[in-house]
Design a protein around this ligand. Structure first.
Ligand code: GRF
Length: 191
């Protein structure tokens, strides 16, 4: 199984996926990293694992379809089976959605449908909720709206700083995401 990871930022989930592969917990290969932000730390991480990396500034393309057509060619070239969004700060459009129907997965730091979009942890703190969490879902044309595959709750204690909540959420993300990705392939085999 060939994965393409799409990321815009730090890449801690990318790292967790790589680690799970090295440990034999995730039976797949990351054949491509796609990044939309020049200089993002995830690029160096991918290079340290010697993973093919494409970094395009979406603004240099005429429109979203042209950008995604380029990404699609990169994915096809490497026989990508699944696209794994890991902090990719961009909505996926029809070009990729049609080509990878039900094969694009995202992770989001809240219990969706609560707190979609940017700064989900900040939104949760603002509302003073006692429980937030992590959601892994299939990607559709909305923002963090596709069918939910897995969720795990994270408690917010009175004394927790936003940094603390972020740490707790990321610890869950790093364990959950590789497991859920692996479960997608297993499900496919049993059909
Ligand atoms: C994660 O919290 C993920 O849920 C959200 O973006 C963040 C990416 O973090 N979609 P990282 O780049 O994987 O460290």
């Amino acid at each position: 199984i060939n994965l393409a990871v799409f990321a815009s930022g730090t890449g801690s989930n990318f790292d967790a996926i790589m680690h799970a592969i090295e440990e034999g917990e995730l039976e797949a290969r990351v054949a491509l990293l796609v990044c939309d932000r020049i200089g993002a730390p995830v690029i160096e991480k991918a290079q340290s694992y010697e993973i093919d990396t494409v970094v395009y500034n979406p603004k240099v393309f005429e429109n979203k379809a042209a950008y995604e057509t380029a990404l699609l060619a990169d994915c096809h070239e490497r026989d990508i089976d699944y696209i794994i969004l890991a902090g990719f700060m961009r909505l996926i459009g029809p070009t990729l959605l049609q080509a990878y129907e039900e094969r694009i997965v995202n992770i989001h730091p809240s219990l969706l449908p609560a707190f979609p979009g940017k700064d989900a942890i900040g939104q949760a703190l603002e509302k003073k909720v006692k429980v937030t969490g992590v959601t892994v879902h299939l990607v559709d044309d909305g923002m963090d709206t596709g069918p939910i595959i897995a969720q795990e709750a994270v408690a917010i204690e009175e004394q927790d700083t936003s940094e603390k909540v972020k740490q707790k959420i990321q610890a869950v993300e790093h364990r959950l995401y590789p497991q859920v990705i692996q479960s997608l392939f297993t499900k496919e085999e049993s059909v």
